[in-house]
Ligand binder design. Structure first.
Ligand SMILES: O=C(O)[C@H](O)[C@@H](O)[C@H](O)[C@H](O)CO
Ligand SMILES: [Zn+2]
Length: 305
């Protein structure tokens, strides 16, 4: 499509930018830098980025329903971040028997549960002990009881992008080193997954599938790490519908945002690029905005706890 434009909007490079979420009420973009251990908030009107630095790697941060601050998956701990006080309060720890693990990508389900997965720590991008990760969700707690974490499955290499179908009946999931986009049946009442199937197998030049998000037509946008692109997939047919290339190779994740959710924001990484790579890709680690796609996204779900 000819009207598609790609523009770098945040020039402050992330080591591993991840987990973009558009905050509609404030008109800001929330994202994390996993390895710099920062939760970041970009203000489009001033062009400024605020950051809160945490004590561990940050897999993802998500908005809370009707409450200030964020729920965060930090190290191997789900917790709450008071942004103004810059204080992280742990809520539930996972993978206690896996000291070398960390949380990676996450997102809130349509009922307000915070899903996030883990992986072994990487010695270099995509180099890690295999099958160490699991997918978890954090419920909201009820009647004053503490929120608890539930493990959905284990033996994950790099737990990555996730989202839910428009009718809430399907959960889409990427384990990066499986080079596949999976779908599960989803029961939104109980928050349980079943019947995994493959929706799409990534092609060699699409490299490593990473973050993803659903658009308002029910199609998925997947960021291809080392592939320098986002691709649009129809989960009904398993067909790739569109490719948008970016001027950086390590595209990590994407979300729709902007006043009417018609802009696609894409995070990227510079970690793992040598001096020559950085010279080739001076914008590595930036956040990009793609306009003119002709499709909108939807507002993010918010953690109910
Ligand atoms: O962005 C992520 O999900 C991980 O935190 C990164 O480490 C990279 O994606 C990974 O190296 C490539 O798969
Ligand atoms: Zn990712």
């Amino acid at each position: 499509m000819s009207g598609v434009q790609v523009q770098s909007v945040v020039g402050e490079a992330c080591r591993v930018g991840e987990g973009p979420v558009w905050e509609g009420a404030a008109g800001t973009l929330l994202y994390v830098d996993v390895l710099a251990q920062d939760v970041c908030r970009w203000h489009p009107h001033t062009g400024t980025v605020e950051k809160v630095h945490l004590d561990g790697t940050v897999g993802c941060a998500v908005p809370r329903r009707g409450r200030a601050g964020y729920a965060v998956a930090c190290g191997t701990t789900f917790g709450l971040l008071d942004w103004d006080e810059r204080r992280f309060t742990p809520v539930a720890a996972v993978d206690k028997d896996r000291p070398n693990n960390r949380f990676n990508d996450g997102k809130v389900d349509p009922a307000g549960r915070f899903f996030a997965g883990t992986m072994g720590n990487e010695t270099a991008p995509a180099v890690l002990e295999r099958k160490q990760g699991s997918l978890y969700s954090l419920d909201a707690g009820s009647d004053g009881s503490a929120a608890t974490a539930t493990r959905h499955f284990r033996d994950v290499d790099i737990s990555n992008g996730l989202d839910w179908s428009l009718d809430n009946a399907t959960f889409f999931y990427i384990d990066s080193l499986a080079y596949s986009l999976f779908a599960f049946k989803y029961d939104v009442t109980t928050g349980t997954l079943s019947d995994r199937r493959v929706v799409y197998r990534f092609e060699p030049d699409e490299a490593i599938p990473d973050g993803q998000c659903l658009d308002a037509e029910g199609r998925l946008w997947v960021a291809c790490y080392n592939g320098g692109r986002v691709i649009r997939i129809d989960p009904e047919t398993g067909k790739r519908l569109q490719v948008v290339k970016l001027p950086v190779s390590k595209t990590t994740s994407c979300c729709f945002g902007g006043p009417d959710y018609s802009e696609l924001f894409v995070t990227s990484a510079c970690e793992g690029l040598d001096a020559a790579g950085l010279e080739r890709e001076p914008q590595a680690g930036n956040v990009f905005k793609i306009t003119g796609l002709g499709v909108k996204g939807r507002a993010p779900f918010e953690y109910a706890g």
